[in-house]
Design a protein around this ligand. Structure first.
Ligand code: ATP
Ligand code: MG
Length: 300
């Protein structure tokens, strides 16, 4: 089952469309990496899922039920969230902040204890939150979101500003939660931060969902560059330049967005023209490259 679905979800401010016709599908039990450059609409989309701002078009469905005035309260009780700055009162301790959450949501003490143990914050509960490190604040925020034992956890850039060890710790925590049946939606503008943690990816660019699927599907949706080695690269590039953009680096020509048939044609032409072709291969491509191609080059 999909725990989240949106139907042509959109948000417009005056004439500026910031989320455009988005159809999210978040299967139960996955870690869904919600990626996109700064300003692409990640926070706006997440806030619409949480009913914090009102969509200007489309619908949100949580746990198979449409989010509306009548269902909102009940549906939100199954969702924990951490949006933008970590929550909590600085002049209170971690324990005091958690007591506020416990009382306002009517939770049992064990629920708070379990959430604290999950984020490993036990030793820091008696410190004032203003003296917490950023990583500790994020973990407190996640504990607050987890205390109600949600089916879905929505985290907006929880690794923002953390050092590599802090990032790795959050990643481990997300994997742990997913293994225990919590569906996690986590946003980032940096692919590397959630790369291996997420088993589903959604990529936003200028408010549009330009990709949604698994990592393998993402690789399959993009074509790596073709690299051709030639003894006479200037002759080779002058033959090709009229038909296809070519970058030349030493003896290697780089051709983008070209399929196998196109590659065969190019090679036949270069061989026919005696350009001295001695190597043809596809470039290795990292997920980062694919992401950049999708969001900057706009190839999908
Ligand atoms: N209240 C608002 N009024 C007008 N424009 C807004 C408002 N809130 C957000 N925007 C615009 O919507 C766009 C998307 O913003 P959003 O915060 O959703 O992006 P984001 O992907 O979360 O970016 P970041 O990675 O920087 O957090 C931006 O261009 C932003 O300026
Ligand atoms: Mg944001």
């Amino acid at each position: 089952m999909d725990i989240v679905r949106t139907h042509s979800l959109g948000k417009r401010y005056d004439t500026h469309t910031v989320v455009d016709d988005v159809n999210l599908r978040i299967p139960e039990g996955c870690v869904y990496g919600f990626l996109g450059p700064n300003g692409s609409g990640k926070s706006t989309t997440m806030k619409m899922l949480l009913s914090l701002i009102r969509p200007t078009s489309g619908e949100v469905e949580i746990l198979g039920r449409p989010m509306n005035h009548g269902t909102r309260r009940e549906l939100l009780s199954h969702i924990g969230s951490l949006i933008e700055a970590p929550p909590g009162y600085g002049h209170l301790t971690g324990a005091e902040n958690l007591r506020i959450v416990q009382r306002s949501l009517g939770l049992r003490a064990e629920q708070i204890e379990r959430a604290v143990a999950t984020v490993r914050l036990q030793e820091h509960l008696d410190k004032k939150v203003k003296n917490y490190s950023l990583g500790m604040k994020q973990r407190l925020g996640i504990a607050m979101a987890l205390a109600r034992e949600p089916q879905l956890l929505i985290l907006d850039e929880p690794t923002n500003g953390l050092d590599p060890a802090g990032i790795e710790e959050i990643r481990g925590l997300l994997r742990h939660l997913a293994e225990h049946g919590v569906t996690v939606m986590v946003s980032s503008h940096l692919l590397g931060e959630i790369d291996k943690t997420a088993n589903m990816l959604g990529i936003l660019s200028q408010g549009r969902l330009i990709f949604q699927g698994t990592r393998d599907e993402l690789f399959a949706a993009s074509t790596p560059d073709v690299l051709i080695d030639a003894i006479d690269p200037s002759r080779a590039s002058s033959i090709l330049q009229q038909k296809i953009p070519v970058q030349v680096d030493d003896h290697t020509l780089r051709l983008s967005g070209i399929d196998d048939r196109g590659t065969a044609q190019v090679v036949a032409e270069l061989v026919g023209a005696n350009a001295g072709v001695y190597g043809v291969r596809r470039d290795d491509q990292s997920l980062e490259d694919v992401f950049m191609n999708l969001t900057k080059g706009g190839r999908l």
